[in-house]
Ligand binder design. Structure first.
Ligand code: DGJ
Length: 733
């Protein structure tokens, strides 16, 4: 299928439906990268490597009279370190004798059916017969540090996965100061870098710029994926558009500190190195021990950014998300946070629930404030027992009444955190991540628990599983509201403190694995003050992630736009909230808010008891529409029709059924003008030979006219109006 070895040329080729990836076991056992791009036949591309004596890029010892092949210029699959490749290295080690080099030479390889797994970390998986694995083994001949490079080929989705394992087969300990997941050398091309930056309430904004002749770093040192830099980047042709041009996406399946380094070197070659951030990281590898890096998902499209996004969307939806809810229709929810914040009691909650049920909402989520002593966000985290002042009879009767209204019940929690003002902290101050003798940073006036510790995880598992066992909870919102700092674990020796950050992330995965394993029917929504941990690894536990704490529809258009480059709509938590909006004070029509929230998992986050009858009617219509369009939105093709980063007068995006039978176009006006220009949009993903009607209209359109000629919208007035058009293929009139 996808992986072949050509003995004569010592060539390893990976093939997907439309792409090819080629590496060669070059002389001296160097594993060279030769090609990643549009699918080609398995021709040996080593003719492309012409070697010259590049000054100050010295050769390997074996070539000392030749002076041409240098590690500093060879494209490689994973670099050595300290032995003459002056570009970004994949690895950084300290050997027992204090030397800081590793020199990896090919030892062997094997090809296996199915997909490799990574112990303790989520990764892409095979649904049965979809994937193949290549494992290439290299070794440093002196220390016997062994490198195993894993490649997974997901043929149909044009995806290749990679990770590395380092095994100490020597007799002395080795310290890893850096161990990347991916090294990708792209010897030719004129690349732009696209990355997704932001801040709290403004996640995943898109920046695109030509690569400079320097090293660019996109990273998080926050112990979490972060609102600030997502662990996803794209290299694309300068000319690449949504519909055309070469682009290569790289996504780390990881939820902790990460680093993507991109270097354009002296020969105009580009190297990308991606993995766990090396700041505050080290890992002591005893003799016989092994270390796995997280996985990196790679995809290449020769046909523009939309196709690249579709490859990632399908992979995340079908090969990363797990469990009952990955493809099941998710309930339309109402979340209590912006309706009540921490100020509620059972009567208020039930009033809101009753109104929501009457509108057609299917799941009521009780957000922050139900536990311990929690009147604001300065107290109570860690005390996961019911606040009897607010809920005097406990959770059970509230849940029962909500169930009787015909809704499921969901609950917010923030298991990784503890407030200083909590019973848990008073009993176990040493369970928090703090450095002895120092005052810790207090994000949201709370501390992170040391999840690298088994005893802390066991405690949390006990408390949370009791809560879930004793109550009919069908949804969990798993929040995390501060960055990790003061990283020190009291159970590890001084020489292993560099492991705590990564062990924390492994601890989160372990806890989530145990809980989702025991309660497979519970729908989990991940959240970190909005989208601070929006990553593929979290999607393995929670098929949806709260996209941002900014619920303003106008802002959300840009946030959801940026998120869509890597992540499917079915993962983006999005709600209709009150107007004026609580974060921005902006007033927008309910219709507009509905359209924007529908391009996500869809729900409400407002107090329905304050709605007018006309608004209630509109909400009922929105819920009915969302249910009608559910599969088109969640499983159709998503198309970006405008670039909201350009701050246009209007923005538009669209969903199209994979068979071209229907489509849903959404347009929001950002700036209303008198005597405005007409907004014209070209539809995408239709059947060019088909005939279509817009629901509620008589005009018959041809698919090709709508796709190539476009559609002209009537002028709209007022602040932030929006339209949603449902297009259906019909028989010729
Ligand atoms: C941050 C989340 O993003 C909000 O939706 C809400 O759950 C608050 N935390 C509660 O503290």
């Amino acid at each position: 299928m996808g992986i072949n070895y050509h003995e004569a040329e010592r060539l390893l080729t990976l093939e997907t439906r439309s792409t090819a990836y080629q590496m060669k076991i070059a002389p001296m056992g160097i594993l060279c990268h030769q090609y990643y791009g549009r699918r080609i036949r398995a021709t040996d591309l080593s003719y492309l490597d012409r070697y010259y004596d590049r000054g100050f890029s010295g050769p390997l010892y074996e070539y000392r009279r030749d002076r041409t092949p240098s590690l500093d210029t060879l494209p490689q699959e994973y670099t050595s370190c300290g032995v003459g490749d002056y570009r970004i290295n994949s690895i950084d080690v300290i050997n027992a004798d204090g030397s800081q080099c590793a020199d990896f030479r090919y030892v062997g390889h094997e090809i296996r059916a199915g997909k490799y797994a990574i112990p303790g970390m989520p990764s892409v998986y095979d649904n049965g017969g979809e994937m193949e694995t290549l494992i290439v083994t290299l070794q440093d001949p002196v220390t016997r540090l062994t490198l195993r490079l894993y490649y997974g080929v997901l043929y149909e989705r044009d995806v290749i996965t990679r990770c590395a394992e380092l095994i100490n087969e020597g007799t002395e300990p080795i310290v890893l100061n850096k161990a990347a997941s991916l090294c990708l050398d792209l010897p030719c091309g004129d690349w732009d870098l696209m990355h997704f930056y932001g801040r709290h309430c403004l996640e995943r904004q898109v920046e695109r710029s030509p690569l400079p002749h320097s090293i660019q770093t996109i990273s998080s040192t926050r112990g979490m994926t972060s609102h600030h830099h997502n662990c996803f980047a794209i290299l694309c042709d300068h000319q690449a558009t949504e519909d055309d041009g070469a682009c290569c996406g790289m996504m780390l399946v990881y939820s902790g500190s990460h680093k993507i380094e991109i270097e354009q070197d002296q020969m105009e070659s580009v190297r990308v190195v991606m993995g766990i951030h090396d700041q505050q990281f080290s890992w002591r590898l005893e003799a016989g021990a092994s270390f796995f890096t997280p996985e990196c998902i790679l995809s290449y499209s020769a046909d523009g950014l939309a196709q690249l996004s579709h490859n990632f969307h399908d992979t995340l939806r079908h090969n990363v998300c797990r469990g009952r809810w990955k493809l099941e229709r998710r309930p339309v929810l109402i979340n209590s946070w912006e309706a009540t914040y921490c100020d509620f009691d059972d009567q208020k909650i039930l009033r809101i629930a009753r109104q929501a049920a009457a509108l057609g909402v299917e799941l009521f989520v009780l957000d922050d404030g139900w536990f311990g002593v929690r009147d604001d966000d300065n107290q109570g985290l860690g005390d996961w027992y019911v606040n009897r002042r607010k809920l005097p009879d406990g959770l059970a009767p509230v849940i029962r009444q909500i169930n009787e209204m015909g809704m499921k019940f969901g609950l917010w929690m923030e298991p990784e955190m503890v407030s200083e003002d909590s019973d848990l902290y008073r009993a176990h101050p040493d369970w928090a991540l703090t450095v002895p003798g120092r005052k810790p940073m207090m994000g949201r006036n709370q501390l992170a628990l040391d999840l690298s510790r088994q005893d802390v995880r066991d405690y949390l598992y006990g408390v949370l599983s009791d809560l879930l066992r004793e109550n009919h909870i069908e949804y969990i919102k798993w929040d995390m509201n501060r960055c990790i700092s003061d990283v020190f674990s009291r159970l590890l020796p001084s020489g292993r403190q560099g492991e705590v950050g990564h062990r924390y992330v492994l601890g989160v995965y372990d806890l989530l694995e145990r809980l989702t394993g025991e309660f497979p029917d519970i729908l989990v929504e991940n959240c970190a003050g909005g989208g601070g941990r929006f990553d593929a690894a979290m999607l393995a536990f929670s098929p949806q992630i709260w996209c941002s704490d900014d619920t303003d529809a106008v802002e959300r258009v840009r946030i959801q736009y940026g998120t869509s480059f890597g992540y499917p709509v079915s993962t983006m938590g999005s709600h209709v909230s009150a107007s004026p909006n609580h974060q921005t004070g902006r007033t927008t029509p309910l219709h507009t808010r509905g359209i924007v929230a529908m391009s996500g998992t869809f729900g409400y986050e407002l107090d329905p008891t304050t709605l007018t009858e006309a608004e209630r009617e509109e909400v009922r219509r929105q819920i009915a529409d969302f249910k009608r369009y559910y599969w088109l939105i969640q499983d159709g093709r998503y198309y970006r029709l405008t670039d909201p980063m350009k701050r246009n007068d209007f923005d538009a995006w669209q969903f199209a059924a994979r068979d071209g039978s229907e489509a849903l176009l959404n347009l929001i006006v950002n700036r209303t003008q008198a005597n405005a220009q007409q907004f014209r949009i070209r539809w995408k993903g239709l059947d060019p030979d088909g005939f279509y009607r817009i629901e509620g209209e008589d005009t018959l359109f041809t698919g090709d006219a709508l796709m190539y000629g476009g559609y002209a919208f009537p002028l709209m007035s007022g602040d932030y109006p929006a339209v949603q058009l449902h297009l259906v293929r019909v028989e010729e009139a």
